[in-house]
Design a protein. Structure first.
Lengths: 438, 506
């Protein structure tokens, strides 16, 4: 670049780092700035994002522990006698929380003893890898729908309708699954595309309504969730969809040619849906960073007025964003259907569409962030099931922890405040928080 | 009351916004604080008004050091501030606005409207501020709204009144009236700190002038000892051209032909009322008028941003009314919007991205929907040099650039493709003298290259300096078309809606 001598340069950020951010990290060699932020500021912000996210997860688990303590009768009983036998009371409290979280860990990742057994004997690998496989299975639709929601958020479009779009995608994929008979090499791609198309149509509707009439997408997408949910319940009782001989609202099953193949043998449910999700994470990264369309999405998201002045058709962008967002949610519905469930029943999809919103927020709308957040949520979900089975602590605790994480992430000021306060009183925590870059 | 700032230093990180600034305002004095945007005037005033706290130095009132924790304390110590953007409740009456926050009450907390009105009448009469206490603020012209702000400060017994760029929204006649008010306030022993970057105004009204540059006071002078070019040199740190160097226009074919253009705003009110306008290749037409008289809407209609209610827009003989902004850009219309941060730039994005905002999806910056970031960067590197944009790198966010450099980014982008018509709205608003000079030269260069240029400006100096023809607007109508050699008073009266026919048929 032309370096004018004596040029007054308000942009030069270099000297700002040392005294403006004395307590923050400025040790790493400055990377070449790619994103539009001055380098030191960017590092500070990004460090803080990672730190706040980590501390949010940590705080949520901590509060979850408190919740376990105050809701478990045995612990409360022990605590009632804390004056007479304080050691026992604390011991019971500690072991209850410890048991719960270790059950969560072994249920979601792996159990150390099982791993040891598998390594020493060479057998039992399937059992050892089942927890992590289940976590990945649980994360797959969250990744897909989460990316969809994130693309909307970063364009300033609030798609709260991932749940409905997911159902639309699943319905379309189901129909493509049982309606035709084809070899798997042709059938499966058709099912995948049908899932995307179903979600895309469900996303296009609120997009078109917004572009045409200005109807706010938050309202229309929320309402379409109910429409899709009830449409599903209706379809499940109609002849083409309902399982023959069933009076319950249960669909026909997907034929084997319409199922996503397992990646590591039939014992582990992790399937090609994960591959699709990972490919789309990479595609989403390319889309937001390298494509012209993604660029215009970002412009509209950051400054719609400047976008319009520059000739970007904001209404077209709105329609496209919701359509793409819906297609990704539709793929999420397809992935669960064709990957693990193979049939639809009423209330299909659970909370995936809503958890996708949470995952997008937690992942800061970045594809890789969404991937990590979805993996965390998938693991919490699967681990929570194991915790309930092993310790009788209800799985609802998982939802509470997930909600708390988002609550903390959404109020970074609170998180910083909490850890600064504790930091002044307790040297070790202060040390560790500063070690985390806070 | 004698107000003194002694050694005031305010830092934002490594940036020193005020560097040991000394300033003394004597009782009854009109003291002008002159400086470019970014010179630190606003920071200093915010320190003085208790909105920011100085890192070093002190504020003294009649020799005693004081500190203001918040603006409320500053007000109690007799400092009043009239902000550039008024802080009035539009649906309240003048009286209600004036007493807001310091309401006189009768027993049981009832508002004492009678006392409020009486206070206003008394103050109005004392300082020649003609304001009806019962008028609703939103019905009042901007100049009168400003008087309401001044009344607010006086009602709180301000001894020092800070006026932050008070003339930006006023007609020349309203400016003269404001100066009269300022003089009568000075005569009553109140002092005025008048913040501005307009040299003519400073020389017209100031008792003393303090010039700031890059956070420092570079000198204090008086109108008698100084003149425009000396003040400009102090502000910029070098001598500058105050007159736009341009030869006579050489108008060619009619590029833009607007007939019977009518535009309504969001509420359905007619804001552009049957306007006819033409701009020829190689001439600069300046659209003059006080802000909010339809100029913005004409520009939006010409650039496809606002639908027309009626009329036609021809570009090089073909009808383009109703085209989208994208089609207007492709048709060869360049647009420098009036608010660069709101409409011209995406502040968090890089300089390089902002330089291709409207052409990012065409060659060479993209192929098959995939952006060529190397080409985007190369383009930016070149534009940085060609347009003298000062940025540490093409990758930094455009938000980190100074106002002048941000505007150069917009201008560089708009002028770097083939254009027939350049529409520039307030092209130099908020820019420092050096950047103004630069933008003006670019605009004249486009004219000399055969581009038809339409300038919208509320700065009369700019209109007269740049325009080959001047079109004056008032309330959505064209008041008249005059030659740029016409005297300021005539245009000023036309801007205020007076002497329509005489000026037009001159």
């Amino acid at each position: 670049m032309p370096d004018q001598p004596g040029a007054r340069n308000p942009a030069a950020p270099a000297p700002a780092s040392s005294d403006a951010t004395s307590d923050a990290t400025s040790d790493a060699a400055p990377p070449r700035p790619r994103r539009p932020w001055p380098a030191p500021l960017r590092r500070l912000v990004e460090a803080n994002v990672a730190v706040v996210t980590f501390l949010s997860v940590f705080s949520a688990l901590l509060l979850g522990g408190v919740l376990i303590i105050v809701t478990t009768p045995a612990v409360l009983h022990a605590l009632a006698n804390i004056v007479s036998s304080p050691g026992r009371a604390l011991g019971v409290a500690g072991s209850t929380v410890g048991d719960a979280y270790s059950a969560m860990f072994t249920g979601a990742i792996f159990s150390p003893s099982s791993l040891g057994h598998a390594i020493s004997t060479g057998h039992g690998w399937t059992a050892t890898l089942t927890p992590i496989s289940e976590s990945l299975v649980s994360a797959t639709p969250l990744i897909l729908a989460g990316i969809g929601v994130a693309i909307g958020f970063s364009t300033g479009v609030f798609n709260i309708g991932a749940q409905g779009q997911l159902i639309a995608g699943a319905l379309a994929a189901l129909y493509a699954g049982f309606a035709v008979r084809l070899p798997i090499g042709i059938h499966l791609p058709i099912v995948v595309l049908a899932g995307a198309a179903g979600g895309a149509i469900a996303g296009w509707i609120p997009g078109y309504l917004k572009a045409r009439t200005g109807a706010h997408e938050v309202i229309t997408t929320i309402m379409l969730n109910y429409v899709m949910l009830n449409l599903l319940n209706y379809f499940l009782t109609t002849r083409p969809f309902q399982q023959p001989g069933q009076s319950n609202a249960i669909s026909k099953t997907m034929p084997s040619t319409a199922r996503l193949p397992h990646l590591f043998g039939s014992g582990l449910r992790v399937n090609a849906g994960l591959v699709i999700a990972l490919v789309l994470v990479a595609a989403a990264w390319w889309f937001t960073r390298r494509s012209t369309l993604g660029f215009s999405f970002r412009v509209i998201g950051l400054n719609p007025r400047a976008g319009k002045t520059a000739g970007i058709d904001a209404r077209r962008v709105t329609v496209l964003v919701l359509t793409i967002s819906g297609a990704l949610a539709g793929l999420a519905g397809m992935a669960s259907l064709a990957g693990t469930d193979y049939f639809l029943s009423s209330g299909y999809g659970g909370n995936i569409g809503f958890n996708a919103i949470t995952v997008a927020l937690l992942g800061r709308n970045r594809p890789v962030g969404v991937l990590l957040a979805a993996l965390l949520f998938g693991a919490l979900e699967v681990g929570g099931r194991n915790m309930q089975a092993v310790t009788n602590i209800p799985i609802d605790l998982t939802s509470v922890i997930q909600a708390l994480i988002v609550l903390f992430v959404a109020t970074p000021v609170l998180v910083r405040e909490i850890y600064r306060l504790r930091g002044t009183g307790d040297g070790s925590i202060q040390l560790s928080t500063s070690g985390w870059g806070g | 009351m004698r107000l003194e700032l002694v050694g005031v230093t305010k830092r934002f990180g490594a940036l020193v916004a005020n560097d040991s600034v000394d300033l003394a305002v004597e009782p009854g004095e009109i003291h002008c604080l002159l400086g470019e945007n970014g010179a630190g005037k606003s920071t200093l005033m915010n320190v003085l008004f208790g909105l920011l706290h100085a890192d070093e130095g002190e504020i003294r009132i009649d020799g005693d050091a004081v500190t203001f924790a918040d603006p409320g304390e500053a007000v109690r110590r007799g400092i009043g501030m009239v902000h550039q953007h008024f802080m009035l409740v539009p649906v309240f009456t003048v009286a209600e606005n004036v007493v807001l926050g310091f309401e006189p009450t009768r027993r049981f907390g009832f508002l004492d409207h009678r006392k409020a009105r009486a206070d206003i009448r008394r103050l109005s009469a004392e300082f020649g501020l003609e304001v009806d206490p019962d008028a609703t603020v939103e019905d009042l012209p901007v100049g009168v709204q400003q008087r309401v702000e001044i009344l607010k400060a006086l009602q709180r017994d301000a001894r020092v009144l800070i006026l932050d760029e008070p003339t930006a929204v006023l007609t020349p006649q309203e400016i003269s009236a404001l100066f009269e008010i300022m003089r009568s306030l000075g005569a009553s022993g109140r002092s005025i700190l008048f913040i501005t970057h307009k040299l003519k105004e400073v020389l017209a009204v100031a008792d003393r002038i303090t010039v700031m540059r890059l956070g420092r006071v570079v000198g204090t002078t008086t109108p008698q000892e100084s003149d425009e070019s000396a003040l400009a040199a102090m502000m910029v740190g070098r001598s500058v051209e105050l007159v736009v160097q341009k030869g006579p226009a050489n108008p060619g074919r009619e590029v833009l032909r607007v007939r019977d253009l009518t535009v309504v705003d969001e509420r359905g009110v007619v804001v552009v009322d049957h306007v006819d306008l033409e701009v020829r290749a190689g001439e600069i037409v300046a659209l003059a008028g006080v802000q909010g008289n339809g100029q913005t809407e004409i520009v939006e209609a010409l650039t496809g941003l606002r639908p027309l209610r009626g009329g036609s827009i021809e570009l090089d003989g073909s009808e383009v009314a109703g085209s989208s902004p994208h089609e207007m850009i492709r048709a060869g219309v360049a647009h420098v919007p009036e608010d660069r941060q709101r409409d011209g730039l995406v502040l968090p994005m890089s300089v390089a991205d902002n330089l291709v905002l409207d052409i990012q999806d065409s060659e060479p910056f993209a192929r098959f929907g995939s952006r060529d970031l190397a080409a985007v960067r190369a383009n930016a590197e070149q534009k940085l040099g060609d347009f003298d944009i000062r940025a540490s790198s093409v990758d930094v966010a455009v938000a980190t650039l100074s106002g002048g450099n941000q505007q150069k980014v917009v201008v560089a982008r708009e002028l770097s493709r083939p254009i027939k018509l350049l529409v520039a709205s307030q092209p130099t608003r908020g820019l420092d003298v050096g950047s103004i000079e630069y933008v003006h030269r670019q605009i004249v260069a486009q004219r000399d290259r055969g581009v038809a240029v339409l300038i919208v400006s509320s700065e009369l100096d700019e209109v007269l300096a740049l325009g080959d023809r001047v079109v004056v607007m008032f309330r959505g109508r064209i008041m008249g078309v005059v030659d740029s050699s016409v005297d300021r008073d005539t245009i000023g009266l036309m801007m205020a809606g007076v002497v329509e026919s005489r000026a037009a048929t001159r």
